[in-house]
Design a protein around this ligand. Structure first.
Ligand code: ADP
Ligand code: MG
Length: 689
């Protein structure tokens, strides 16, 4: 059957459907109702209570009248059954609705009933014209309401018509099942054809619920299957180098040179890594830990394991500032060990660059720290054994895949400082093994957070000054709105001038995205060495910067920042012995959501809790930036609400992949037909096509 075989399908309607993403019979079947009207109970008017209960009432039209003037203008349609009367009221669109009805006609109204005086009424009822010939029993059903849009409503392609088409399709078509029998059975899912019937022509609420569950499952199952296959093809096929020795470097570092005790979280992450690098398959592990949990030392541990086994290690950061900082940190930590560390970033002199590349290829360089410049084509390693990626969410899935494929298939360690909610981690990173570093190194005092209005500025500055006098340092952050970098710069620059005056006894510095990276670095260095006490900046300091002496984070227009971003900023302080303070300053008008975010920041310091709330506010696409996140847009599933289904789908998918990775068994015939094109599409996304 083809779309054109459907009744009442004009060329205009075909076009409207196409504009709505419907180009085939299957697309139309996959066009699900947005909600359902439950008409299984038609109420008698004298049984109504009028306290907002949703009902269907059937009666004859007694009166159609336009009432009121101006803003109070409305259409009233009074219907009567054999027990009483009820009024339908339209405050909008009355002009059009009026033409639909004529007196004495039999109609059904559906909606929430209110009682005004002795009169029952429903505002903007859904309605059906019944016509005397039709059977009232026909109304006692669940009616699907389909989504609409401009194109559809312009061509009068209404819910009823779409419903009619679905009926016709389901009579003629029987879409083949592609989920394996065993999976259907285990999870009590309706078969595909039946599920389409249940979603378009349900006889009860539980039917369409079951159908939705099935379609969500199907969607998540395919997604998980694609991840499982990626893992199977890319990772498990790659033999991992085996780091058998925990030799001189690792032992010496942890026993003699590390200036502190590892936390339990750090120890367990390191032991996970140790297991991976000895297993014979490529490590692909995510270390999740809140800001300040001490991920760098864990990475250093892994790097030393590589060095002990005569391999090189690479350490990637998302920005040059961070790469440079990591370079310094690593150099500092590893000073006693006599290893050759080099920094590779985008804007180095050609001669220096050539020198570094030669060094890498020849094996003279043990560790290279840098931005994604490291994984570019022309960079060749002598024997790369490990790649560490810091701040994963900025890189995304594609880059990780690139590294996994690079040269001799190094082990990969990904570190994320954005605590990713479990639900998201499970989908997004389900081909990764995950270690979580819980808790912060001891001796840390939790940051105190306060929310203040702009007009309190002078008091706040007094407070900041007290802290500076005690020897602390402060960040002052202005928002960066991408559309108008110039304007932000104005904000930050104006703030800088103001603060320079206010804190004339101290050094005030300015850091923003449009500065040359050399200047940025110089300013940052000054702040690190306490030659600058107040650092005014746009959010370029957001991630990873480590200045333990900084004890104040003052955020201007805090209501404009996302939750995770605020949490990242707060993570810049409280990294030393000092009690630290995060002061969130907001403007006059703050949206409800903005207020919620600020409140949440005061309520908790727990990054996971904040990430969970942020994800809920913004949805998964925005949370990570859809483009780089590698997250598909799910049609029906919602990875927050449908976590249970997601877990089931994941287990089922991974089981199938283990059972028969090429899906050649008879049970997987149909699945293979559906999965092959799906996987191809996703692989492109992964950059591995
Ligand atoms: P993040 O996880 O945010 O990358 P870092 O690795 O930058 O955190 O560590 C934050 C700070 O805590 C650094 O100054 C680091 O040297 C220090 N640190 C790390 N582990 C410990 C520990 N076990 N005890 C004390 N300080 C630690
Ligand atoms: Mg870090």
């Amino acid at each position: 059957m083809k779309l054109v075989d459907l009744p009442k399908l004009s060329t205009k309607r075909i076009k409207a459907l196409s504009e709505s993403g419907i180009d085939s019979i299957l697309d139309l079947l996959n066009f699900y109702p947005r909600r359902y009207l439950d008409r299984t109970t038609v109420a008698k008017i004298d049984h109504l209570r009028g306290n907002g209960e949703e009902v269907t009432v059937v009666g004859r039209i007694k009166k159609i009248q336009q009432k009121g003037r101006g803003r109070k203008k409305r259409l009233e349609v009074i219907i009567r059954d054999d027990t009483g009367s009820l009024k339908g009221v339209w405050f909008k669109g009355g002009h059009y609705i009026k033409k639909q009805f004529s007196e004495d006609e039999l109609v059904a109204f559906f909606g929430a009933v209110k009682k005004y005086g002795r009169q029952f009424s429903i505002a903007h009822p859904e309605y059906d014209k019944i016509g005397d010939s039709s059977d009232i029993q026909d109304l006692k059903k669940i009616v699907p309401i389909y989504p609409s849009n401009k194109a559809l409503s312009k061509t009068y392609t209404n819910s009823k018509l779409i419903h009619q088409w679905q009926k016709v399709i389901l009579k003629h078509e029987k879409p083949p099942e592609f989920l394996p029998e065993s999976v259907l059975e285990q999870h009590s899912l309706p078969r595909r054809h039946e599920a389409y019937r249940m979603i378009h022509l349900p006889t009860s609420k539980s039917e369409y619920k079951q159908a939705f569950k099935r379609f969500k499952f199907e969607e998540l199952f395919l997604f998980e299957l694609s991840i499982a296959k990626t893992k199977h093809e890319v990772i498990e096929k790659n033999e991992g180098k085996i780091f058998q020795n925990l030799g001189d470097y690792t032992t010496a570092f942890f026993n003699q040179h590390l200036p502190f005790e590892l936390t339990d979280g750090q120890k367990s992450a390191l032991s996970d890594i140790k297991k991976d690098v000895r297993s014979g398959t490529q490590m692909n592990r995510l270390i999740q830990g809140d800001v300040g949990s001490g991920k760098t030392v864990v990475a250093i541990g892994a790097i030393l394991m590589a060095l002990d086994n005569n391999c090189q290690a690479a350490f990637m950061a998302p920005t040059e500032i961070l790469a440079e900082q990591h370079f310094r940190t690593l150099s500092e930590f590893l000073k006693p060990l006599d290893v050759n560390i080099r920094l590779l970033v985008g804007n180095q002199k050609k001669s220096l660059r050539t020198d570094i590349l030669t060094d890498l290829e020849g094996g003279g360089c043990d560790i290279v720290v840098g931005t994604h410049a490291i994984i570019q084509q022309e960079v060749n390693f002598h024997n790369l054994g490990l790649a560490v990626i810091d701040e994963q969410h900025r890189f995304g899935v594609k880059q990780r895949a690139e590294i996994l494929q690079k040269g001799s298939h190094p082990h990969v360690l990904v570190m994320s400082a954005t605590p990713i909610p479990r639900s998201l981690a499970m989908t997004l990173y389900s081909d990764l093994d995950i270690s979580i570093i819980k808790g912060l190194p001891g001796g840390r005092k939790p940051v105190k957070t306060a929310v203040r209005p702009q007009k309190k500025h002078s008091g706040i500055y007094d407070f900041v000054e007290e802290e500076l006098k005690k020897g602390g340092q402060a960040y002052v952050v202005y928002p960066l709105v991408e559309e108008s970098e110039k304007m932000d710069l104005k904000d930050a620059t104006a703030g800088y001038k103001k603060l320079k005056k206010r804190f004339s006894n101290f050094e005030v510095g300015l850091l923003h995205g449009q500065m040359k990276s050399k200047d940025k670095d110089a300013t940052m260095q000054q702040f690190i060495h306490n030659e600058i006490q107040v650092l005014v900046s746009t959010t370029v300091i957001e991630v990873g910067v480590d200045v333990p002496n900084a004890s104040i984070m003052l955020v201007e227009h805090a209501e404009r920042f996302g939750l995770s971003q605020l949490h990242q900023l707060r993570g810049r302080i409280g990294r030393g012995e000092r009690q630290s303070y995060c002061i969130l300053i907001h403007g006059h008008k703050v949206s409800k959501e903005g207020q919620f975010r600020l409140r949440k920041m005061v309520q908790t310091n727990d990054g996971f809790e904040i990430a969970e709330a942020d994800l809920e506010l913004r949805g998964p696409g925005d949370f990570l930036g859809t483009k780089q996140s590698g997250l598909p847009e799910f049609r029906v599933a919602d990875i927050i609400e449908d976590q249970r289904i997601l877990e089931q789908a994941k287990t089922a998918a991974w089981k199938v992949m283990k059972d028969d990775p090429s899906l050649t068994q008879p049970e997987y015939q149909e699945l293979r037909k559906v999965f092959t094109p799906y996987y191809k599409e996703r692989s492109k996304f992964y950059g591995m096509g």
